[in-house]
Design a protein around this ligand. Structure first.
Ligand SMILES: C[S@@+](CC[C@H](N)C(=O)[O-])C[C@H]1O[C@@H](n2cnc3c(N)ncnc32)[C@H](O)[C@@H]1O
Length: 289
């Protein structure tokens, strides 16, 4: 709930502290700006210009919920949670200090909810620019506060208030990450590797993952964040039926590039079940001293 993380959130206009008003139906800043909490439990924290990006629409969010709910990406979620636990240990933050984990581009909250279940004392802030995603995010876990915001425009989060940031297949803003992380805090970033979902590329006509994603992440982070520890490469096989394949493509950018009837026809020509490779890298970064 937003009340659990109110000390972490900031007014998107001027960065001042927020507090709940009218039984948390609104958040009000020290400087008097007011932000309505949606009936579904999330708050939109956008500055005067509003939100430039929309993020994932309701169909993509529904497809994500279906695919992740079937547990196909369980090795990713387990690995990310283990890495978050390591990062908290490295920063010397015990669970009873109620550490703050902020997921950027949090989608339905599947990953953050799993991490909060494992790190029993932790609190979560889930940020996504998509209101459709935020509706799920707000219900994903009792210790999670859901915020609609555009991470490229800035994070509505207080300076040095977050112990770990997680970013899983989602946009990054290294300057903002360095500002909001505690000095020993870490960003845990999962990026897809070339070869991810390769078995589906040709039959479905979807684009492959380009080379050099991790190099670009490190390049963009220069002056703000530096790598800690080793890269962790994760690779596993998934047995996907046609419904799971349809939801995987439905939650990806390919959904925007292929007409639904064309995609459905291509999927219907696939075998009833296919073994598909999942491949990604976990990179850990910490603010430059
Ligand atoms: C590929 S999805 C990943 C979602 C989630 N991390 C997961 O793996 O299930 C990318 C997410 O980033 C969100 N997003 C895109 N642009 C964003 C932005 N500028 N600020 C915040 N979120 C954004 C999308 O709405 C979407 O939910």
């Amino acid at each position: 709930m937003l009340a659990d993380v109110i000390d972490v959130l900031a007014d998107p206009v001027d960065g001042s502290a927020l507090e709940g008003a009218d039984d948390f139906r609104r958040l009000v800043s020290e400087t008097g700006h007011s932000y309505d909490v949606a009936r579904q439990g999330y708050v939109t924290l956008a500055g005067g210009a509003g939100l430039k990006h929309k993020g994932d629409g309701p169909e993509m969010v529904a497809a994500r919920e279906t695919f992740l709910g079937r547990g196909h990406f369980a090795p990713f979620v387990e690995s990310v949670t283990d890495t978050v636990e390591d990062a908290l240990e490295a920063a010397g933050v015990p669970e009873d200090a109620h550490p703050v984990i902020c997921e950027v581009g949090a989608g339905t909250g599947y990953y953050l909810a799993h991490t909060l279940d494992t790190v029993a004392g932790a609190r979560g802030v889930g940020i996504d620019v998509s209101a459709a995603a935020a509706k799920h995010l707000a219900k994903a876990h009792p210790r999670l506060g859901a915020v609609v915001a555009d991470v490229w425009a800035g994070m509505p989060v207080r300076d040095h208030s977050v112990d770990v940031i997680t970013v899983l297949f989602a946009p990054r803003n290294p300057g903002e990450f360095a500002r909001v992380l505690t000095p020993g805090g870490q960003a845990v970033v999962l990026t897809a590797d070339p070869g991810h979902l390769d078995e589906l590329r040709e039959p479905l006509g979807i684009i492959g993952v380009e080379e050099g994603k991790v190099d670009r992440l490190l390049e963009q982070s220069k002056g703000h964040l530096e790598q800690v520890g080793e890269l962790e490469h994760i690779e596993f096989k998934m047995d996907l039926d046609q419904e799971s394949i349809a939801s995987q493509i439905g939650m990806s950018p390919s959904a925007r590039h292929i007409a639904p009837d064309v995609l459905a026809e291509r999927i219907s020509r696939l075998p009833a079940t296919m073994t598909v490779t999942a491949k990604a890298t976990v990179t850990r970064l910490t603010p430059v001293a």
